[in-house]
Design a protein around this ligand. Sequence first.
Ligand SMILES: [Zn+2]
Length: 60
Amino acid sequence: MAELQDKTLNCRDCQKEFVFTIGEQEFYREKGFENEPKDCADCRKAKKQARRDNWNRKDR
Ligand SMILES: [Zn+2]
């Protein structure tokens, strides 16, 4: 098995660099995800939050 290393990726949303850590890579591999994350942790969190907000605002 190839040795894992922290990877630096660019967020597609804010273009900021973020680290795809070894721990996260192992987690992805374990889950069978083949793609690397496209968003940094902040954007992912923001998106999750936005989705939750949408739910609450469903009957707008
Ligand atoms: Zn981002």
